[in-house]
Design a protein around this ligand. Structure first.
Ligand code: KIV
Length: 290
């Protein structure tokens, strides 16, 4: 195949997202952590994020801090094997982009070698050196500002950010520094709507909001939140489109009832012996013990 081949019309690319911002076409992004969720998501959204939220959503951790590069690689590979047409973005986990440009490049480059189209990393001014290093290696970077879950200990919990004037101004400055450093898009999480709107108006790159109001270039929600697949507290910014946990539980419970009552499996869910030796088997007796 020629290296000059155009991507199929359907495939979302990094330049396509830039164009969509100019055309005011809204970007839809969700997470996927395995082949099942990836196939469902890919039939609907423009961007799939293998988020480090896999830690708290799927792996039972309290937050994203314990998520490692090895865990991310495992989940990214499962999603990438489905060959999504959505842009596939892999999240850089805690400590995978903090220590040195070399290690950051190796970790992010490993994601691209496993099928990601781009990486996402959290943080502002302090991460500019790493963003530049990645962009220099032709690795597209999506930034992430505001309520950055990897900073949970510094923030003192998962709290809305940018509510004070100096925090809001710093966030806008960080957004512009990330754009200058080469980020192709920015996730804005957990910030007042007016702040996200101003960032979107003044940046040339698209913004993707989560708990950041309607003024962003697109929106992202965690797959399991949209479908309410997990139990527990639901943040204000989530709109659930299915009571997934309850519906799945009810269906599973109907199956369990059928097993317990002996109505599952029925004839249509069973294999049969050929008639000519079915009777022989029905009358078979165990050999006497030797
Ligand atoms: O890890 C994740 O799921 C994220 C999104 C919520 C943006 O970073």
């Amino acid at each position: 195949m020629s290296h000059m081949a155009e991507p199929s019309l359907d495939r979302t690319t990094v330049p396509a997202l830039q164009r969509w911002k100019e055309e005011a076409r809204r970007i839809v992004m969700t997470t996927a952590y395995d082949a099942v969720t990836a196939r469902i998501a890919d039939s609907v959204v423009d961007v799939i994020l293998v988020g480090d939220s896999v830690g708290n959503v799927c792996l039972g951790f309290e937050n994203t801090l314990p998520v490692s590069i090895a865990m991310m690689n495992h989940h990214l590979e499962a999603v990438a094997r489905t060959g999504p047409r959505a842009l596939l973005v892999a999240d850089m986990p805690f400590l995978s982009f903090h220590l040195s440009p070399e290690e950051t490049i190796r970790n992010a480059g490993g994601f691209l070698q496993r099928g990601a189209d781009a990486v996402k990393l959290e943080g502002g001014a302090k991460r500019i050196e790493m963003v530049r290093a990645l962009v220099d290696c032709e690795i597209p970077v999506m930034g992430h500002l505001g309520l950055t879950p990897q900073s949970v200990n510094v923030m003192g919990g998962f709290k809305v950010q940018g509510r004070k004037l100096d925090d809001a101004s710093r966030l806008l400055e960080d957004a512009h520094r990330l754009q200058e450093a080469g980020c192709f898009a920015l996730v804005l999480e957990g910030i007042p709507a007016e702040l996200a709107t101003r960032a979107t108006e003044t940046l040339t790159i698209p913004t993707i909001g989560i708990g950041a109001g309607p003024g962003c270039s697109g929106q992202v929600l965690v797959f399991h939140d949209v479908l309410s697949l997990t139990e527990g507290h639901r943040p204000k910014f989530v709109r659930a489109y299915l009571d997934g946990f309850q519906l799945l539980r009810e269906a599973l419970s109907r199956w369990a009832t059928d097993v317990r009552s002996g109505t599952f499996p029925a004839a249509q869910e069973s294999y049969r012996l050929p008639q000519e030796f079915a009777d022989t088997i029905a009358n078979w007796t165990p050999p006497s013990p030797t």
